[in-house]
Design a binder for this molecule. Sequence first.
Ligand SMILES: CC(C)(COP(=O)(O)OP(=O)(O)OC[C@H]1O[C@@H](n2cnc3c(N)ncnc32)[C@H](O)[C@@H]1OP(=O)(O)O)[C@@H](O)C(=O)NCCC(=O)NCCS
Length: 176
Amino acid sequence: MSTLDDPVISTARLRLRAPGPDDAPRLAQLANDPGVARMTTRMPHPYGLSDAEDFLGRCGRKDAARERVFALEREGEGLIGMVGFHPNEAGRTEMGYWLGRPYWGQGLATEAADAALVWASEGWRRRYVMAGHFVDNPASGNVLCKTGFLYTGDVVPLHSLARGEPAPTRMMVWLA
Ligand SMILES: CC(C)(COP(=O)(O)OP(=O)(O)OC[C@H]1O[C@@H](n2cnc3c(N)ncnc32)[C@H](O)[C@@H]1OP(=O)(O)O)[C@@H](O)C(=O)NCCC(=O)NCCS
């Protein structure tokens, strides 16, 4: 399925692979959507080509033992979104993801998150993964529940760059 150095994960409909500089135009096109950015903490809006290039450059410089980003690729479409693992403020591994709007509502986020979590536990040896979704994003809550996350009961304000303010966030945990 994958190695620690160069993980490539295949699912029924998707390939999860390392993002590269060639992804910039598609990334800029799909990410420049307030309905995507406002549901994330770190994505700016508007989102231009230089934002995509900066992001992809940072991906190449990440410490792979602590952080991973996978480009989600669908055959015939190319890049359709991203899923990643990042250390949160407490140093715990947190999962985040988004899909371009044309790809919503087909079970693809669940398929990607499921596969990424299997890799995180088997390839990356994580025993647990945190995640959070804004209270006004029940679709993401559904994805997380379907992949086996449980609510911790904590609701914390997390800053959203695209909103320009914090939003209440329901925290969840997944146990390997
Ligand atoms: C959230 C997001 C990843 C979901 O992607 P997706 O591929 O459509 O998700 P899935 O199809 O795998 O599952 C979504 C589930 O939520 C449900 N859902 C969708 N909209 C909903 C809503 N407004 N309220 C409640 N449930 C909703 C779907 O019916 C589905 O559940 P089901 O399979 O039980 O029917 C996608 O909409 C997205 O990228 N949004 C913007 C960025 C974002 O929110 N990222 C996550 C940050 S925590």
